[in-house]
Design a protein around this ligand. Structure first.
Ligand SMILES: NC(=O)c1ccc[n+]([C@@H]2O[C@H](COP(=O)([O-])OP(=O)(O)OC[C@H]3O[C@@H](n4cnc5c(N)ncnc54)[C@H](OP(=O)(O)O)[C@@H]3O)[C@@H](O)[C@H]2O)c1
Length: 503
């Protein structure tokens, strides 16, 4: 098989594109036919022998792949041949095939394309963990992101925005800052040409920032720390500049702030369930088009060394990806396939409501799938009662004899608004929220009655949290994307974004 091989610990230029033996799989490993491999900051350190681990040479770099399982070790029971997966392998990904421990492999949805899949886990996984679990970012907080056009930085821009934060993105060129802006940054600072402190003070009215996300280290760290608001959180993510800042503890004391180390790899290893939940939430955000990796460039395998060099030279904005093999695939436009993806991703029945201890917890769960309700039968009695209470007595709802001859399905059909009115009932089957005083229906966006519900049909609802807004009066506006399906039908009865106000 073809691979880009590191034979001596040097640099990207010294890598060799070669034909080598295909890997042999261990008992706990799977063999992956690699389709794409993400290029990440540690790849350059690994080939120079400067990373936390040193593979035995010769080896192929590349730690984040997408591909298809083509072989299973004898102790692997949770995967099958043909499964589309992503894997965090450490190294070995710049190659046509890769043997990797099954514990490092995750299945991906059918419609996620190979390029997106290979560029997702590392950047978004790191930044989501940093913002959600470590910073516990709240809507309305201000975050300063250094190296914001880099891999993890740009992911942090998008995610922080999704979580309701005010984002100040810092980078070294106007081109990089323009991409940050396109990904939702509210303010941008060119930290090479502007005075960082002055800019932060002016943007925040001298209040300072609540969170600093720092994957760069070096000279800007002290200024950023000095520009923190009371109770701020400084996230130590990485040292892309090559300089580990040595700052005085008194700054943390004066600011009443926390300095928090981020090590996503260890989190994934020590808290795999939490990490898996994060990944599911990220996949949801990706497939619903809420986040989308900025693709710098796709490089062929034989030219993968150039991708490493570009990353080292600070030329890459967002993510560089290596394409491996001659596959053809239409890159899925995630925004336009939103409805289909939502459908295919829905979980199987989750009758127990997902419990949130407090309404403020909802914001950390934007994008979360709430599963499905039980089936509910729509009988004639229910339809008739609805007609009586709404004074809508159309024969299509009530006259079974006429329906036999005059309606395509030969049965009366429920009012569309009857289907919609069941949303509240279904709502309580899938979500429960503690410490709530009152709950009111606030509105409905994009409601569509897609298929008629004939008498005798069974329907159920699935939903995910589309957005959560914290209101100045302490209430929370919850946006649920709801789909009511009919048993045995491909098309749903009703889809809408339901807005509730929670006090
Ligand atoms: N803690 C964790 O769990 C974790 C996980 C993933 C990554 N990381 C670390 O986070 C850091 C950034 O990773 P990344 O994937 O975002 O890398 P990246 O895509 O290369 O981005 C790094 C950014 O840092 C800035 N930078 C400043 N000085 C630099 C220099 N001398 N060389 C390269 N970049 C420089 C660049 O932005 P400007 O040109 O705009 O300054 C660049 O866009 C790395 O240290 C990586 O190891 C940590």
């Amino acid at each position: 098989m073809k691979a880009l091989i590191c034979q001596t610990f040097e640099n990207a230029e010294s890598l060799l594109f070669q034909d080598i033996e295909a890997p042999i799989i261990g008992d706990n490993q799977v063999l992956i036919s690699v389709r794409a491999c993400g290029v990440n900051f540690p790849d350059n350190l690994i080939i120079q022998g400067k990373y936390q681990f040193k593979p035995i040479i010769p080896f192929a770099p590349g730690g984040e792949v997408s591909g298809v399982i083509i072989g299973l070790g004898k102790d692997v029971t949770n995967f099958s041949i043909g499964t589309r997966v992503i894997a965090l392998c450490g190294w070995g990904g710049f190659a046509e095939q890769l043997a990797v421990d099954a514990s490092r492999v995750f299945p991906i949805p059918d419609k996620m394309d190979w390029i997106t899949a290979a560029g997702t886990l590392y950047n978004y996984g790191t930044s989501y963990y940093a913002l959600k679990q470590k910073a516990q970012i709240q809507s309305g907080e201000t975050i300063l992101i250094l190296g914001a056009a880099g891999g993890v930085g740009l992911a942090a821009v998008e995610l922080a925005k999704q979580m309701g934060a005010i984002v100040i993105a810092c980078a070294s060129t106007e081109e990089k800052l323009a991409v940050c802006k396109s990904k939702g940054a509210d303010f941008t600072i060119n930290y090479l040409s502007a005075d960082l402190k002055e800019q932060i003070n002016s943007i925040t009215n001298n209040k300072g920032v609540d969170i600093v996300y720092d994957p760069v280290g070096g000279e800007f760290a002290e200024t950023a720390l000095r520009c923190m608001a009371w109770k701020g959180r400084y996230l130590v993510v990485g040292f892309a500049s090559g300089i580990i800042p040595k700052l005085s503890f008194n700054l943390a004391l004066l600011k009443g702030c926390s300095i928090i180390g981020i090590f996503w790899g260890s989190f994934a290893e020590k808290e795999p369930l939490e990490n898996y939940k994060n990944i599911q939430e990220l996949v949801r955000l990706l497939l619903t088009g809420k986040i989308k990796q900025h693709l710098h460039k796709i490089y062929p395998l034989e030219n993968a060394a150039a991708a490493l060099q570009d990353l080292q030279d600070q030329k890459v904005i967002g993510k560089a990806i290596i394409k491996i093999g001659n596959w053809e695939e239409n890159l899925v436009d995630l925004n336009t396939t939103r409805a289909n993806e939502t459908e295919s991703l829905k979980k199987e029945i989750s009758i127990n409501p997902i419990h949130f201890t407090d309404k403020s917890e909802l914001i950390k769960n934007i994008g979360r799938d709430l599963g499905k309700t039980e089936w509910l039968t729509i009988n004639q009695e229910r339809i008739t009662q609805f007609a009586e209470s709404t004074l809508d007595f159309q024969w299509v709802h009530l006259d079974a004899e006429k329906a036999k001859t005059d309606l395509p399905g030969g049965k009366t059909i429920a009012h569309g608004y009857l289907t919609m009115s069941l949303v509240s009932n279904f709502f309580y089957q899938i979500i429960s929220i503690g410490k709530v005083n009152s709950f009111i229906n606030y509105g409905i966006n994009k409601a569509r009655f897609i298929s008629p519900v004939e008498v005798g049909s069974e329907i159920r609802m699935s939903a995910y949290i589309n957005n959560v807004e914290e209101m100045p009066n302490g209430s929370v506006k919850l946006y649920l994307n709801c789909t009511i399906e009919i048993k045995g039908h491909n098309k749903p009865a009703f889809v809408a974004e339901i807005i509730s106000m929670i006090f």
